[in-house]
Design a protein around this ligand. Structure first.
Ligand code: GDP
Length: 336
């Protein structure tokens, strides 16, 4: 490992204050880089940081733009710092993968939280596929944990596949909802709802009665799905959990106590008997295979013999002269 990279690792794991913060920022920039020489260095840094990682509570948070995610994360972050925690906030933003622009990262967000020495906020990396952006966020999470952040919040915009990616890298997945649940519920895919370990109906201050109505509608929808959030996807199936639906006002900070109480209860339940560790091992394995498959697809498309043969073979399939499965086997045979 290069001497300056070793210094970065030491400053992250043993340093503190502004020195550690700068080192953390440098490491994450390196991890996000797409240059091949940077990637080789980044892999070494990542492996060196890995033993010091894994000790945080990983919370995923999703909801439509405007639901109050950044307001909630800021209130929650300040609430947790006041209780002695160190909080990191990362983002997986599908808009940054599609356009290079970012719904989550562009606005000046969470200024009060950003000013806290115990907080670290990193906007979403831009460009690349959603898988690539999510991968970088996972790696940034390792770096933040190695720096001693014991709570990592991964935020995403609830507009697509990114919820699945975020649920797949966190211990607790939280869905934020607006109080007009009747209409909203239509818009949220059942699949996304079922990912939630906990639902927060935000902006309850605007119309408390509507918030309570939304709370009971969402709770009954979850019951009818038989939803159990992450617990559904645990092979052990040992965790009996009905995702709670809470009302909150991110603006006033009401509901944070309740939220943290439920989050902690969840963590303890999921952790009993090493359940959380097992889940993380499964997440790592799933992620590894997801990355292998997407890497293979890229290499396949870039392979010279495949590139040369692809137009003709595709044409044969289109013309009905070759079966799709035969074409696939022929192309795969060219890929060594
Ligand atoms: P995001 O796009 O989900 O990150 O949403 P923001 O946190 O940027 O919030 C969108 C708007 O809703 C902002 O104007 C916030 O001030 C406002 N907002 C957020 N939470 C609340 C809340 O609990 N009550 C009220 N009344 N407004 C809120």
């Amino acid at each position: 490992m290069q001497a300056d990279d070793r210094a970065i690792v030491e400053q992250i794991t043993a340093g503190s204050g502004p020195v550690q913060r700068r080192a953390l920022a440098k490491a994450i920039t390196l991890l996000e880089s797409t240059r091949p020489d940077h990637r080789a260095r980044a892999d070494e840094v990542l492996d060196a940081l890995l033993p010091a990682s894994g000790k945080s509570f990983r919370i995923g948070l999703s909801g439509v733009p405007g639901v109050g995610k950044s307001t909630f994360v800021e209130s929650l972050g300040l609430f947790l710092i006041a209780r002695g925690h160190r909080v990191a906030v990362l983002a997986v933003d599908p808009s940054s993968s599609l356009s290079g622009g970012s719904i989550l990262g562009d606005k000046t967000r969470m200024e009060r939280l950003a000013a806290e020495p115990c907080a670290y906020i990193r906007p979403s990396p831009s460009g690349g596929t959603l898988g690539g952006v999510a991968e970088k966020t996972r790696e940034a999470m390792v770096a933040c944990e190695a720096a001693g952040h014991d709570i990592v919040i991964v935020e995403t915009v609830g507009v697509g596949q990114s919820e699945v990616a975020v649920a797949g890298m966190t211990d607790l997945f939280v869905l934020m909802q607006l109080p007009n649940a009747g209409d909203e519920l239509q818009a949220i895919k059942r699949g996304v709802m079922e990912l939630a370990d906990l639902v927060v109906v935000n902006k309850a201050d605007l119309d408390p009665a509507a918030a309570i109505r939304a709370q009971s509608q969402i709770a009954s929808a979850l019951r009818s799905y038989g939803s159990a959030g992450h617990a559904d996807r645990d092979a052990s199936g040992a965790l009996a959990w009905t995702p709670p639906v809470l009302c909150a006002s991110a603006l006033d900070g009401t509901g944070l106590d309740d939220f943290w109480g439920e989050a902690t209860r969840y963590r303890e339940l999921a952790n009993a008997g090493g359940g959380l560790d097992r889940r993380r091992h499964r997440q790592d394995q799933a992620w590894m295979w997801e990355r292998i498959e997407s890497g293979l697809r890229e290499r396949f498309r870039d392979h010279p013999a495949v590139r040369e043969a692809l137009p003709a073979v595709s044409g044969e399939v289109r013309a009905g002269r070759t079966a799709a499965s035969v074409a696939a086997r022929r192309l795969l045979d060219l890929f060594h």
